[in-house]
Design a protein around this ligand. Structure first.
Ligand code: FAD
Length: 288
């Protein structure tokens, strides 16, 4: 089923993001984790695509399993990195043959060891090129990435928003945001995008806070700011993982409830392949 149809029918959607584990044991564990969240009825789950196409086989195997064996709706992340247009086309054919209807079309992060994105010979430069290609080819519903705190490589906010608008105009159906911790950043982004004509749904991406060093690492990588007051609270207990998780989850719960109360169209959880924190946050906004 196309995610655009789900978004049209439902006021709010809940989705969970996973990454391909490196080992066979890790992948079995991942399937177990996904089976375990089936009772939450996620509207869709998504599987990331490793830098440089390094996880192509695994990512595709996992989306195939989720859709055709586990029986959940799925979205395959897909990037321009390391592929020419023929290879991209082959990948799209494979996804379609496996009954996959949804793609998150991304430029992609540079492979390990490389500082910046390098366009492959005969490949694409921006996510918008990939969106255009997929839209012209047909079949797929297309999501794209958005950045409430501005993409780290963008010269400024206005340019980044214009680039988002162009990407959506090429044929994207919805946007999922980079992780953020301050909801005002998200609502400002949604308002500014709407003002320049981006009217599709913009789903906030949420990373549950359970580990201080991990959250600092991710925030730095994505250019997201962890609010100073929260940093101070976490610093005071940083040697006590249980206290860190308690404070972090309490913050994430408030963040998710506030997003729902202020009208966000759903939540996309960066699960880091774990289910406990995601389950707590899901239950916080869907009381039984
Ligand atoms: P783009 O939209 O192409 O933007 C990249 C930069 O180029 C931005 O600064 C933008 O302002 C600028 N730009 C865009 N169009 C133009 C133009 N026409 N002219 C000039 N400048 C332009 N990465 C992975 O490798 N695998 C994943 O599975 C993955 N999943 C993600 C999921 C989500 C929800 C998000 C938010 C990000 C994900 N990423 C993933 C990270 C993403 O690949 C990086 O953030 C990457 O640096 C940018 O990708 P993009 O698709 O946003 O690129």
């Amino acid at each position: 089923m196309r995610i655009s149809d789900i978004l049209q029918k439902k006021e709010r959607t809940f989705s969970f993001e996973y990454f391909p584990s490196k080992t066979i044991a890790g992948i079995s564990k991942l399937y177990e984790t996904i089976e375990n969240v089936k009772d939450l009825n996620p509207d869709f789950v998504s599987v990331t695509y490793g830098a440089g196409g390094t996880t192509r086989e695994k990512s595709f195997e996992i989306v195939n399993q989720i859709k055709n064996v586990i029986g959940l709706e799925v979205m395959s992340h897909f990037t321009c990195v390391g592929h020419n247009v023929e290879e991209l086309q082959d990948s799209l054919d494979e996804l379609q043959a496996n009954n996959i209807d949804n793609i998150l079309a991304l430029r992609g992060d540079p492979p390990k060891g490389e500082e910046s994105f390098i366009q492959t010979d005969g490949g694409y430069r921006y996510a918008s090129d990939l969106v255009k290609h997929i839209r012209m080819r047909g079949h797929f519903c297309i999501g794209v990435a958005g950045y409430p705190e501005v993409h780290p490589e963008a010269p400024n906010r206005e340019t980044d928003l214009k680039n988002l608008k162009f990407k959506v105009d090429q044929g994207a159906d919805f946007v999922i945001t980079q992780l953020f911790f301050n909801n005002d950043d998200y609502f400002r982004f949604v308002d500014e995008a709407a003002r320049i004509g981006v009217h599709c749904k913009i789903i906030p991406g949420i990373m549950p806070i359970t580990n201080f060093s991990q959250i600092k690492r991710f925030a730095k990588m994505c250019g997201a700011v962890v609010p100073q007051k929260l940093v101070e609270r976490l610093e005071k207990v940083e040697n006590d993982p249980t206290e860190v998780a308690l404070i972090g989850i309490e913050y994430s719960m408030k963040q998710c409830r506030d997003l729902m109360e202020r009208g966000a169209p759903g939540l996309h959880f960066y699960t880091l392949n774990k289910s406990a924190a995601t389950r707590i946050l899901y239950n916080a906004v869907n009381p039984i």
